[in-house]
Write a protein that binds this ligand. Structure first.
Ligand code: NDP
Length: 320
């Protein structure tokens, strides 16, 4: 029997690529020219796409693959995929939830402590041979502070659990109030920022959240406020964030994600009161292997058993 043909649009973990090569005829296309060539030569035969967050699976690509059945993303965030259009065209979209939740939550807490206690700056101080001079005490602390989580989903909950263990109060804002948690629900993002000392974004990217964290939110957070982002850079108005950090509207920020990755604004790079990470919240071998396996399982699950493992909310499953 002929193997189904799939497009590898975005670099995958080597082990995942090997597994996919066993089960499928794969077309690897990482650059625009290569993608165009694959679409021209094999677009009609491609039934699956394996994508990664850095490759957009947009309207144009979906519509140019007329026999597409499934898009399997590497990552829980799938704002790189036009999931609504996929659903309209009966194309399944899958992501890799749960297997990365604890790793991302660990990173978020690490970033939070690094930012509040200025640990990157302290390390730079030591490496510069300054230990003999007394190190300035940090203005920031997590003692008696309230954490406001924007996006209390799988990852947000895991962060909340850890934050409580280190003595922080937790409150949150989602579009809907959760019935199974006791953390105070705050009905708007602006109120959340007013109500907390540290605002942490763990919400998805995409059009619904684009630019929501702007000047008004930083003003509400205030001059002793800390902003942490492990969600998506698109949720933040980065120009407003830079201004807020420069003029003291907020105290500091810890960022794992940016508006135009991998380009980080020079103004942020020059600041000492920010901690900047290169989108590494899930980036341990352990967790990336688990994500890769789930991506492969979604593709083989669909083509071998007719059932994807983790379809996203826009892909109703089971189909009626
Ligand atoms: P979930 O879907 O479990 O949680 C998302 C939460 O955000 C839900 O509680 C949802 O509640 C809330 N939310 C969604 N849209 C909005 C909105 N417009 N306004 C307010 N709240 C909103 O996802 P996960 O927790 O698994 O992942 C969250 C995100 O974290 C991912 O989408 C991804 O972007 C990011 N991420 C980043 C990583 C990194 O490397 N930095 C790694 C992994 C994930 P409700 O629907 O009620 O609004």
């Amino acid at each position: 029997m002929q193997k189904p043909e799939i497009l590898i649009a975005g670099r995958l973990m080597p082990a995942a690529l090997e597994s996919l090569k066993h089960a499928f005829t794969v077309h690897e296309a990482y650059e625009t020219d290569a993608l165009e060539a694959v679409i021209q030569a094999s677009g009609e035969r491609i039934r699956g796409v394996a994508s990664s967050p850095f490759r957009s699976v947009n309207r144009d690509l979906i519509l140019r693959l007329p026999n597409l059945e499934i898009i399997a993303n590497f990552g829980v965030g799938y704002d790189n995929i036009d999931a609504s259009l996929a659903a309209e065209n009966d194309v399944i979209v899958t992501n890799t939830p749960d297997v990365l939740t604890d790793e991302v939550a660990d990173t978020a807490i690490g970033l939070l402590i690094m930012t509040a206690r200025e640990l990157s700056a302290a390390e730079r101080w030591l490496r510069a041979g300054n230990w003999q001079k007394s190190y300035p005490l940090t203005r920031g602390t997590l003692r008696d502070k309230r954490l406001g989580i924007f996006g209390l989903g799988r990852i947000g909950r895991a962060i909340a659990h850890r934050a409580q263990a280190i003595g922080m109060e937790v409150c949150y804002h989602n579009r809907s109030r959760l019935r199974d948690v006791n953390y105070p629900y705050i009905s708007s993002l602006r109120e959340l920022a007013t109500h907390c000392d540290v605002l942490l974004c763990a919400a998805p990217g995409g059009e619904a959240t684009r630019g929501l964290i702007g000047p008004d939110i930083f003003e509400a957070l205030g001059p002793d406020g800390i902003f942490i982002n492990i969600g998506r850079g698109s949720t933040v108005d980065e120009t407003a964030l830079i201004k807020a950090l420069k003029d003291g509207t907020i105290m500091s920020a810890g960022l794992d994600v940016f508006e135009d990755e991998p380009n980080v604004p020079a103004e942020l790079l020059a600041m000492d009161h920010v901690v900047l990470l290169p989108h590494v919240a899930s980036a341990s071998q352990h967790t990336r292997n688990a994500m890769a396996q789930l991506q492969v399982d979604n593709l083989t699950g669909w083509f071998e058993k007719g059932a994807p493992v983790t379809p996203v909310a826009e892909t109703p499953w089971p189909r009626s």
